[in-house]
Design a protein around this ligand. Structure first.
Ligand code: HEC
Length: 269
């Protein structure tokens, strides 16, 4: 009887331990941010195509996306892994690329005095950020660092959907009981829900060269598509090679099967 009692007590103890182990941490310490943080909206991007495999980028959209980057985001964010000449891949002519590069100044050395100076960028230069170093970038942004955007789509979970949602997520109402610290902005898609970047896109903020209406949604889609390209310019080529390899391997398997049938045809089992 005592033994049975001891066994029962032990069992209760083990069950309590297991229960504690599988309970999520928030059951004990509720995380107020987690309750209002939102997962990115799932957006259909035209370049993802059928099954996310066959799509190609719309060149006009990529050029609009670059225009948004150039006219809005480049005031704070660099794109240091993309060279101006890479922009020819998205449909700009060599002459247009030269002009886009020339409009930016990059650090240089004055050939006459040897003093640090700047010169107009060349197509071979990377697209520079607006700040010379992190200290200057933070000083201009309330101590927050605007990250380089070249790889941002790869660097964040669910990158494309995240960047789109972040850019369009500023108009969500602040939940009751949540205080936004001064200098920050409420955005439920940002990991801490309070982001130092003020809403960068407003309707009709820019005039698209191709006449498309510049709604916040349109600009967010275009710049996200451009950043997707920037993070992986070889995406289309990789997909084409992938599809071609699968077709090739399918045909090869079929031929191998026929060969097998032929070779073994006259051998008695
Ligand atoms: C006035 C300056 C400014 C402009 C303009 C600006 N940003 Fe930012 N951005 C920031 C700062 C500062 C941060 C860092 C925010 C933080 O850490 O709280 C940031 C962060 C980001 C992040 C990273 C969020 C994360 O998960 O870490 C993305 C993505 C981003 N910006 C995209 C853009 C895009 C796209 C544009 C153009 C449409 C743009 N930004 C325009 C200042 C700016």
């Amino acid at each position: 009887m005592v033994r049975l009692f001891g066994l029962g007590a032990g069992l209760v103890f083990v069950i309590a331990l297991l229960w504690g182990a599988v309970q999520p941490r928030e059951a004990v310490v509720p995380d107020p941010v987690k309750a209002i943080h939102l997962h990115p909206e799932q957006v259909k991007f035209s370049h993802d195509g059928a099954m996310g495999v066959f799509g190609t980028f719309d060149r006009a959209q990529l050029q609009r996306g670059y225009q948004v980057y150039k006219e809005v985001c480049s005031a704070c964010h660099g794109l240091e892994r993309v060279a101006f000449r890479n922009l020819q891949d998205i449909g700009f002519s060599a002459e247009e690329v030269r002009a886009l590069a020339r409009a930016k100044e990059v650090p240089s050395i004055d050939p006459r005095t040897g003093e640090p100076s700047t010169r107009p960028a060349l197509p071979a230069d990377r697209i520079p950020g607006p700040f010379i170093n992190e200290v200057q970038a933070r000083a201009a942004n309330n101590n927050a660092l605007p990250p380089d955007l070249s790889l941002i789509v790869k660097a964040r979970h669910d990158g494309q959907n995240y960047v789109y949602s972040l850019l369009t997520g500023y108009d969500r109402p602040v939940p009751a009981g949540h205080d936004v610290p001064p200098g920050l902005n409420f955005n439920p898609y940002f990991h801490s829900v309070n982001i130092a970047m003020a809403r960068p896109l407003q309707d009709d903020q820019i005039t698209y060269a191709d006449g498309t209406k510049a709604t916040t949604d349109q600009m967010a889609r275009d710049v996200t598509t451009f950043l997707r390209w920037a993070a992986e310019p070889e995406l289309e080529k990789r997909r084409q090679i992938g599809v071609a390899s699968v077709i090739f391997l399918t045909i090869l398997s079929f031929l191998a099967f026929l060969t097998y049938r032929k070779v073994w045809a006259n051998i008695p089992h």
